[in-house]
Design a protein around this ligand. Sequence first.
Ligand SMILES: Cc1ncc(COP(=O)(O)O)c(C=O)c1O
Length: 341
Amino acid sequence: MIKRKSFGSDNHAGAHPSVLRMLADANAGDELPYGADSWSERAAAELRTMFGASGAFFVFNGTGANILGLSLLLRPIDAVICPQTAHINVDECGACERVLGIKLLPVDVGDGKLTPDVIADRLGERGDEHRPQPRVVAISQVTEFGTCYTLDELGKLSGFCRANDLLLYMDGARLANAAAYLGCELAELAAHADVLSFGGTKNGAIGAEAIVVMREDITAAVPFHRKQLLQLGSKMRFVAAQFLALLTDELWLSNARHANAMARRLADRIGGLPTVEIRQPVESNAVFAALNPDQITSLQQDWRFHLWDEQDHVVRLMTAFDTTEADVDEFAAAISAAARG
Ligand SMILES: Cc1ncc(COP(=O)(O)O)c(C=O)c1O
């Protein structure tokens, strides 16, 4: 076990006790398999209502969610415009390219956010049969830099996509954190996408993500895609039950709000230190900070965090639903002590 509370990733956290209790409840008795169970039906219905969606389908992990979600929007000749830093581009081992057989068109945007202008720059090869055809724009909300697209930015993106015959996919592995930060409904975020994912794993589940489909015309095909892409479990009730726990009394929102508040607290504690420079706006549960290289080496002996950019000495410090104020204060004190050498 990791000794102190990890700031390496929200994936390092365990599961929320309510999720474990709901799994025990779901274990009682027999149920129909392959998502035909009452747990899946209830959880999917709740998600459809919350998102104003045509369909909601459970999957095991975020990479699987992205592959399934994108598969619904792409033809073999199509390409996906995404930021260079997108999880689908750098952290999924080329799954999109291998499994979907399509080309990603990564755009180098310093802050990890796409804008209509940078997308427009990638459309020049449309109509050239020698080039894959840009068809989908993929964004992450929260971005890989821990920042959030505002509703206004999303409106500009979705407006541009609709006007230019592009589809919008939203990787919502941390959508809960974005909704918590922006103080908006999930439906307000989803309204800008054709398909999106809604993450549970980083927010208190063991392994549960959902694909939310906003377009009626593709919803009927989803079960077939999910099965082909290996994301249909026979005992799907245990994935759905995790979501039902997160949906009960808006646990998803309180977990995300708490994780965000802990990141804010950490940034406030360390932001004023002379050797620390906060590099990204803190808009979710991540703090990106440049530290002095010796400080990083010294902290690494006792603490877990992610060295994001070795050259620039930038670290990513992540909080989770179960990070406590005491954890943050202890870590901040260690960062401060390491700064003194
Ligand atoms: C933005 C983003 N998308 C998707 C994922 C999902 O990944 P996994 O397949 O590990 O569940 C992650 C995990 O870190 C992520 O940060």
